[in-house]
Design a protein around this ligand. Sequence first.
Ligand code: GBH
Length: 519
Amino acid sequence: MARPGMFIALIVVFLTLISSSTTEFVFEDVFNDPERDTFLHGTFPEGFIWGVGTSAYQIEGAWSEDGKGPNIWDVFTHIPGKTYDNQNGDIACDSYHNFERDVEMMKELGLTHYRFSLSWSRIFPTGFTHQVNPAGVQYYHRLIDSLLEAGIQPAVTLYHFDHPQMLEELGGWENEMMVPYFQAYADFCFNEFGDKVKIWLTINEPEVIAIQGYEAGLFAPGKTRPGYGAYRVGHTMLKAHARAWHTYDQKYRATQGGKISIVFNSFWTEPADPENQADVDAAERMRMFELGNIANPIFGNGDYPELVKAVVGNMSRAQGLTVSRLPSFTPEEQQLMKGTADFFSLNHYSTRFVAYKKAEFNPVPTVYDDFQAEFISDPVWPQAASEWLKVVPWGFRRLLNWIKTNYGDVPIYVTENGVSEQDGPLNLDDEFRTKYYRSYINEALKASKIDGVNLQGYFAWSLLDNFEWEYGVSKRFGLYHVDFNDPARTRRAKKSALTYTQIIKDNGFPSEEQAKVEL
Ligand code: GBH
């Protein structure tokens, strides 16, 4: 006959089974550490910004229509061998003609904000402000007006990788004169659109353009200046940003009342061996090179981080140089840089393990040698279509915390986050992307609710499949599928679009009790 003690023990086992089966994980097979990966129920702060992002070259098409001038991406993609299958953005999603459909999709999603960029050469065909293209200006007015009519606020990037070709012929970002040229362009845009636009972003990912465009040569303008290009170009872009910020601050803020910042992109880096101090240091060094080096001048003391100055300085000396390859700011420039952002704007996609690598002294110095780091990824991490993009949700929370630790309680907007799938037969059931968004947004929720990170907005990348730079349209990042073989560029909602719609509606992931309270 069963004794009462045994009966109680059975009940305990039963209850334990039930409660453990309610522990939720999104990527159950891979990320199932109960401490780190358990799904959190709860909602984001009231007034949270929910958006999606795109950029001009990636979606607009109409590359030479209605008076638009050529930009560096038009020229670069027309050079054979630069992009996958020699694809280009001549037509892309044809959003120049389809923007009303785009806005309709945004309404379906229930967005509060839409982040898009202006094509500099559509507004100023040569880049210079004495020759404006009225059709280009009108196009952006129509887009902005239809957003506002739909109750969606525009968040406008002035520059997302695509400056006018004429300016590149004068040296592009290697030319210091880009600072006043960019300032004049920004001034025009604030004046023209600023009564309707309350969120401005000056430059998208300066560190990416610097490395990909002027060091590695994989992005337009395709220049290779190993060891110097990235630092020099980054330096000029930071100054251009600061001048644009001051222009807004002095001439427009009081009457227009908007906010303005610059967009950074960063991986999270985790030491390959947390017990090995050299790896721990290498991981921090990478954060400083990738994010600190551009964030410190703006959110810190106006200058590059001491660590980066020391590393590049020492490497340069060891290479027999008398001047560091990293340019320096004068005290006046530091004053100019400091504080030139109203919020912290972050693009984030993925995480890497970093191991220490002994400094190499090659005849031609490179930025990569300066890193003294080796990148490793865990083979269990789910792999997106883009080679560099491994799915590691927990890295997102750590990066958000790192920003708080280093730059304080600054409001953060995540301006891009998303995942790619390979082009193939039409499949709208994108379970992989759905899980990516659920898990990454959930890590953002943990940062907000548990860690007290001042997160105020989130933009998914991207509204729709688009021209993914050197990969052409072979990598799809969209919540909406685009048929690139169809002249109408028909858009169709993927499953992830429906998931995102629900998250926005719920302002996160309310628990059952919260959901009931809301009823
Ligand atoms: C963003 O850049 C862009 O803003 C956006 O236009 C783009 O469509 C989106 O991402 C998706 O790619 O040498 O290992 O660092 C993201 C930053 C820059 C990340 C280039 C990958 C190259 C690989 N990307 N980087 S690596």
